[in-house]
Design a protein around this ligand. Structure first.
Ligand code: KG4
Ligand code: ZN
Length: 328
């Protein structure tokens, strides 16, 4: 079965053709990030405009790359949310029109569940249930995942999401947008124990709060300045990153223990982070559980995960009506 996935939740206009939920025939992403970089963060109006202007070309390119004609597509799938409302609506309207015009099934997919699914698109994926961890620009969320359509929320973002904290710290340090990849790289040569930034788990809960540590970095920089040597910035980002990632790893371990599960499935932009992968893989070895990450090209927003998850939902009989709208 061929599914065309469309994803426009934030600054990536993406389309993908996936066969039977896992075989990615094309995965086209057109990012508007170059326009946002100058402004230090995603501007919703610019992102939406980019989607509206490019979605038809991105879809055409994904079909061409997959060697498929539009008539060959069995289902049209789209990200329903969460995301930026205008951005989501541009993809949803396009996908609905396509499904209606072609007389194909239509499925609206949850963005965060699709991030988790991206780690299940390779060989050796775990069976249900498992603990799902979404670490992205908009969310830090732990779930008990019982099926493709059965997620129980265990812990969530209370203020800044982890990716947002990376982006804000990068902005404070003048490192540009997005902050995650550059901090990941710089931190490799920094001392994670150089500065004591506190980031504590919230007592008795699996929720996450990262706005405090972001402010701590801001005050540190105000007080000490950014020393003009590379080591200065490297130590700051390594110390920030270590504190944040330890809380995420800690809560994930607590969730695994609480539900006596042996599999952790991670997704979202921050799941590309090299230090987090290293940290959690070491824990997995010592504590005898398995951790599953998406392929690097599937960590950030993409439409392959949308088409992939839609296949699983379609097999369970799920169909969406053309009256659905964005879920921000
Ligand atoms: O999943 P995603 O593409 O979009 C959302 O759904 O939010 O995630 C984007 C986030 C950004 O905040 C970006 O800074 C972060 O993922 N990110 C990273 C890395 N690569 C991207 N954070 C830490 N380390 C990375 N290597
Ligand atoms: Zn995302």
């Amino acid at each position: 079965m061929l599914i065309l996935g469309i994803e426009t939740s934030c600054d990536e206009t993406a389309a993908s053709v996936v066969e039977d939920g896992r075989k990615i025939l094309s995965n086209v992403v057109s990012s508007s990030i170059r326009y946002h970089k100058k402004l230090g963060g995603v501007v919703p109006e610019i992102a939406t405009r980019h989607h509206v202007e490019n979605i038809d070309k991105v879809v055409a390119r994904s079909l061409e790359k997959a060697g498929a004609a539009i008539e060959d597509i069995d289902v049209v799938a789209v990200t329903q949310g969460p995301g930026l409302v205008g951005a989501l609506l541009s993809g949803i309207s396009f996908a609905k029109s396509l499904a209606f015009g072609l007389g194909k099934d239509f499925i609206a997919v949850d963005h965060l569940r699709a991030h988790i699914y991206s780690a299940l698109m390779q060989d050796g994926a775990p069976g249900f249930p498992f603990i799902g961890l979404v670490i992205s620009g908009g969310h830090t969320r732990l779930c008990l995942v019982r099926d493709y359509d059965d997620f129980v929320l265990l812990g969530d973002t209370l203020d800044d999401a982890v990716g947002e904290a990376y982006d804000k710290v990068a902005k404070i340090l003048g490192l540009g947008y997005p902050g995650g990849p550059v901090i990941d790289k710089l931190a490799k040569d920094g001392d994670p124990a150089a500065i004591k930034f506190t980031c504590r788990p919230i007592n008795g809960s699996l929720d996450f709060s990262f706005s405090g540590i972001k402010t701590a970095v801001l005050y540190y920089v105000k007080q000490h300045g950014i020393r003009n040597t590379d080591g200065g910035i490297r130590d700051i980002v390594a110390s920030f990153q270590e504190a944040v990632l330890k809380v995420i790893a800690g809560n994930s371990l607590k969730a695994l223990e609480k539900y006596k599960l042996k599999a952790l499935v991670v997704g979202g932009g921050v799941s590309a982070n090299s230090r987090f992968r290293e940290m959690i893989k070491r824990e997995a070895m010592f504590r005898d559980f398995k951790v599953y990450f998406p392929a690097l090209q599937l960590c950030s927003d993409n439409a392959a995960m949308v088409a992939g998850l839609a296949y699983r939902l379609h097999r369970k009989g799920v169909r969406s009506g053309l009256d659905i709208t964005a879920r921000v």
